[in-house]
Design a protein around this ligand. Structure first.
Ligand SMILES: Nc1nc2c(c(=O)[nH]1)N[C@H]1C(S)=C(S)[C@@H](COP(=O)(O)OP(=O)(O)OC[C@H]3O[C@@H](n4cnc5c(=O)[nH]c(N)nc54)[C@H](O)[C@@H]3O)O[C@H]1N2
Ligand SMILES: Nc1nc2c(c(=O)[nH]1)N[C@H]1C(S)=C(S)[C@@H](COP(=O)(O)OP(=O)(O)OC[C@H]3O[C@@H](n4cnc5c(=O)[nH]c(N)nc54)[C@H](O)[C@@H]3O)O[C@H]1N2
Ligand code: SF4
Ligand SMILES: [Mo]
Length: 749
């Protein structure tokens, strides 16, 4: 298939002249009065702030704070405040599209019913010729839990393919695998309000202030009451600017720091031997490994000064209460699971878990980063956090789905591996929803090449995202405010997204599209739900008895309690805000102890340091790392269309330290070219004192020749399969010339 041009400048520019009535209201002209307010949640990050949408004539025209919602108490970040502007964007898909290279933009509108029929007949053709596994399905963790459940069922029961995976593969899976190994359950341990009053908070690899702004507020509240904050990051991010101890780690070296800290805790007697003996196994092997990490060695490897590692060990080791958080900074590595296990070892050795002012958590990324990883859209998983390779689990879910156990496919492969299978011709047709892999996967020129080999690609989205531009058929799905359903936010609280408006034009709610496909394929059995509530009711049964047990959660209970923390195993159960409390009972340990293993004990795991793949070298001497800025979200499909957010940070820039800038002769604002073994891109430089001089940072929210993922390496963690987005070797030089896109940019200061 031919590639269509991708130019996000056109997207952004389109926003200006096409401002709709409601958008004009936000730009100084009189805003219309709303007909009603709808209590719901933000569509963007995993904080899932409560918000009230103002609705007039089936349009969202603004927002009001929802001050009663306990998590954010009316506070919102810039993205939450501007989110409502996307619905009115002229790019909103109102019809199905079919590829036609002769049409302007490469696509022609098509009646929805014809598009569904065409998609189904092509899927059937490919499956008849090559078997069920010729089709792959990609889902997303911005979808409601009901949709993710339906997708998992659709892949296995309707398409009968093992090949389903989701974009959380790029996000939560290192933390998830580590949590599974250590605790037998994968959830943050405490509600965030528990943080207020704790003594020490350790943040490893998270730009909390820009990516989880409401969490920052909890950290600040804790600090007001005396908490000491430790931040471990190669950049002095906004949260690091106000912390008590900053650990300027070299990208990819965190495991060395964790090992040395544990070693110092052991040497100084700062561990809780009683807790370790009563509630854990595996400590001795971990202690043996850490003995190889005297502080001097860790300092040399990690770049963190010896005295800072000692201070961290003392602060952490001697505290009476504490929280440890991490996010993608330590997880986006080919050593990501080991890094996460390194932090868990520090928590377990301290014995500070399962208590009101002490806890541990990985900060969830996407809107439903938590619920979206529990109910079966992962390649190896069945609903309720069940395992697709476990015969008992298969039997149970087959029973719920009304099929024979042997009819259930086995485990599939991770999302990146699916692209390798596409490249190899094994997967010939792809259906994707809520995923923009062309921008978000590493080494994305490979992804583009693979997309071109597909015989059939069907994309479901509300915008024609950069990947969907390769589709044969595009089905117009639903925006967040056009549907209802549950999501599970960062604390483990299951909440409800409420519908504010109807889908415009021929657009459909995503779950209806999936069911329409099942019907057109002639396999409607099990796909005749009439509402998200009906899907949720089946999900409750499917999750019953699993680790992620939602069976006692109802839409009514969510509304009454403003959210229900899972697990919630029965109708009269109030939910579980805090995990692992003494005396707590779970379905795996059955009362033997608070952790989710048959003996009720947590597991220490040796958390080994391994050098990064494609690490710095003589040829590529600088660390290249990637991440986010506050005003943009993920692959930018949504936020690059919201004018005020674009204004806040219009273009990706290369952050570099003044010393490096001077050495290379690169001035602030000048064009510079960064190159890795995969390719080169030219962006403006942003000279900042808040980054290690041996490291450069580029945010990844842009496509095409501004895409950081042209440069990243497709190395993956062997257990979680997360890509190593956070480090590879690169070199930097002043640009020979401005890039082609510069000609169309606004003049810069
Ligand atoms: N504004 C905004 N907010 C978001 C998102 C967004 O796109 N935009 N996305 C949401 C999603 S899906 C996610 S996953 C989260 C991500 O939230 P975060 O993980 O907090 O964000 P990142 O920018 O990916 O990376 C965090 C930090 O890791 C640091 N880092 C890089 N390499 C290393 C390393 O080797 N070790 C350590 N210790 N740190 C390192 C970077 O300097 C960066 O400050 O944010 C969520 N919130
Ligand atoms: N270099 C680098 N790359 C990264 C990262 C990094 O830190 N550095 N971070 C990684 C991480 S943590 C993540 S989470 C991924 C995210 O990567 P992606 O999942 O590819 O990013 P999104 O922008 O969320 O793409 C989702 C698409 O779904 C659509 N969408 C959103 N909600 C809905 C919905 O309800 N229904 C439908 N039908 N469509 C919807 C949006 O319009 C968008 O086109 O990127 C990863 N890539
Ligand atoms: S913090 Fe996250 S959920 Fe809250 S308003 Fe911002 S993007 Fe939305
Ligand atoms: Mo993420």
């Amino acid at each position: 298939m031919a590639t269509l041009p991708v130019d996000d400048l056109e997207i952004t520019r389109a926003f200006g002249p096409h401002l709709s009535a409601r958008t004009r209201g936000t730009r100084g002209m009189a805003a219309p009065e709303p007909d009603r307010l709808v209590k719901t949640h933000c569509c963007f990050c995993g904080q899932q702030c409560g918000i009230q949408l103002k609705v007039k004539d089936n349009e969202v025209i603004g927002f009001e704070p929802w001050e009663d919602f306990p998590f954010n108490r009316g506070m919102l970040c810039p993205k939450g405040v501007k989110r409502y502007l996307q619905g009115s964007h002229p790019d909103r898909l109102l019809t199905a599209l079919r590829r036609d290279p002769s049409a302007p933009g490469g696509f022609r509108p098509m009646p929805y019913g014809d598009a569904i029929a065409r998609a189904a007949s092509e899927i059937r053709r490919l499956q008849d010729a090559h078997g069920p596994s010729a089709i792959g399905l990609l889902g997303g963790a911005s979808l409601t839990t009901e949709k993710t459940y339906l997708l998992g069922k659709f892949a296995r029961v309707c398409l009968k393919t093992p090949y389903i995976d989701y974009n959380g593969r790029l996000c939560m899976v290192s933390a998830g695998a580590a949590n599974k190994k250590a605790f037998g359950i994968d959830r943050t341990t405490n509600p965030w309000s528990d943080m207020v009053g704790t003594e020490v908070i350790w943040v490893a690899g998270s730009n909390v202030a820009e990516c989880s702004p409401i969490t920052t507020n909890y950290i600040w509240q804790a600090r007001e009451l005396g908490a000491k904050v430790i931040v471990q990051d190669p950049r002095i991010t906004p949260i690091a600017r106000t912390c008590d101890l900053y650990l300027p780690v070299r990208p990819g070296r965190d495991a060395a720091v964790f090992a040395a800290v544990l070693q110092l805790m052991i040497e100084n007697g700062w561990i809780d031997r009683e807790f370790i003996a009563a509630h854990t196994v595996g400590f001795d092997q971990v202690a043996e490994y850490c003995a190889q990490w005297p502080v001097a060695r860790a300092a040399e490897v990690s770049g963190v000064p010896e005295r800072s590692i000692r201070q961290a060990a003392e602060l952490w080791g001697t505290a009476r209460s504490s929280f440890l958080f991490h996010a993608r900074g330590i997880e986006h590595h080919s050593n990501g699971v080991q890094n996460a296990l390194g932090t868990i070892n520090l928590v377990l050795a301290s014995g500070r878990i399962g208590k009101p002012k002490s806890g541990y958590g990985t900060i969830v990324g996407q809107a439903n980063g938590q619920g979206g990883r529990e109910h079966g859209q992962k390649c190896d998983q069945l609903p309720g956090w069940r395992d697709i390779s476990n015969p008992e689990h298969r039997q149970y879910i087959a029973g719920v789905w009304g099929i024979e156990e042997r009819e259930l496919p086995g485990p599939g492969v991770d999302a990146y591996e699916m692209f390798r299978k596409i490249d190899a011709g094994e997967i010939k047709g792809l259906v994707s929803i809520c995923f923009n892999p062309k921008v978000s996967l590493p080494d994305n020129q490979f992804v583009t090449r693979a997309l071109e080999k597909l015989e059939l690609y069907v994309a479901i989205d509300f915008f024609l995202n950069d990947t969907a531009r390769h589709a044969d058929l595009v089905l117009p799905g639903s925006l967040h405010e056009e549907d209802e359903g549950t999501v599970t936010q960062v604390e483990g609280r299951v909440i409800k997204v409420n519908q504010a408006v109807e889908c415009p034009g021929e657009a459909r709610q995503d779950w209806r599209i999936i069911q329409d496909l099942a019907k057109a394929l002639g396999r409607p059995k099990g796909f005749t739900f009439e509402s998200p509530r009906a899907i949720f009711d089946e999900l409750r049964i499917a999750s019953k008895g699993g680790v992620a047990d939602y069976s006692g959660i109802t839409y009514e209970k969510i509304e009454q309690q403003m959210g229900v923390f899972w697990p919630c195993p029965s109708d009269d159960h109030p939910g579980t805000p805090r995990l692992f409390e003494p005396g707590s009972v779970n379905p795996v340990a059955k009362g033997a102890g608070p952790f989710y293993f048959p003996d009720g004990k947590a597991r220490f795991n040796v958390a080994e340091y391994r050098p990064a793949v494609d690490d710095v070298s003589d040829e590529y001497p600088l660390f290249f790392t990637t991440g986010r800025v506050v005003s943009q979200f993920l692959s930018g499909t949504q936020t690059r269309r919201i004018g005020p957010l674009v204004d806040q940070y219009p273009e990706p820039r290369i952050e570099l330290h003044p010393r490096l800038a001077e050495k290379l002769g690169i001035a602030d604002g000048a064009w510079a070219t960064v190159e890795t073994r995969r390719g080169a891109i030219t962006l403006r430089a942003q000279v900042v004192t808040t980054i290690r001089p041996d490291t450069i940072f580029v945010p990844y929210h842009w496509a095409g020749d501004k895409s950081a993922n042209r440069l990243t390496v497709a190395a993956q963690d062997p257990i979680s399969k997360i890509p190593q987005y956070k480090v590879c070797g690169c070199r930097l030089r002043p640009a020979d010339a401005a890039p082609a896109y510069a000609a169309r940019l606004e003049p810069q200061q």
